[in-house]
Design a protein around this ligand. Sequence first.
Ligand SMILES: [Mn+2]
Length: 226
Amino acid sequence: MLKCSQVADDGPHGQPTVVRCGKGDATARANREAARKNPDTKEIIMPEMAAGKENYMPQYAILRFAKMKGVSGALESHHERTKEKYASNPDIDTAKSKNNFHIVKPATSYKRESDGRIGMAGCKTRKDSVRFVDTMITASPGFFKGKKQAEVKAFFERATEFMSSKVGKDNIFTAVVHMDEKTPHMHLCFTPITEDGRLTAKEVIGDRNRLTQWQDDYFAYMVKIR
Ligand SMILES: [Mn+2]
């Protein structure tokens, strides 16, 4: 059924590689072990696996954060596809860009979106404050194989719900799903403002240990829609 391969799919933006293979194979076991140790990945238990089938396809839910101290034009231009051509990124198939969609559409520029929220909340800021967090959400390529657009949408809507529950719905100013790169993925940006109006990515995202907790919570939330 599934062939084991050491050649892994490179996901969007250098996400950890995920290898699809049969269950009993040594390489498969080694790869799954490596994936388990990588805090950026979690396995999604699929019905095939639960049924004890030999050659199930391991799947991973992937969530990554990048703390941003200012708005980069390149980041916004990538996320929102504001350029006509993306010569620097050969992974973008512009013929498919029409399939990209927003779950949260920014009303204005990222800078205005984040500055506006920080100003409204009356947050104290420093020169080196993290002003927004860029989140990349996806799953291993196999997870999306054969899924209809509506199912892909449901997956990312649920991921957005998860992020809302963790960081506050009003802090999220964009959530855009890219269907024109190798694997469907979502870029979601939010201001790390606490309920009592403090701008602190350190508290909202936390340290390395908290990242593991984030992964566990995300996995637990997402697995319910399988
Ligand atoms: Mn992208």
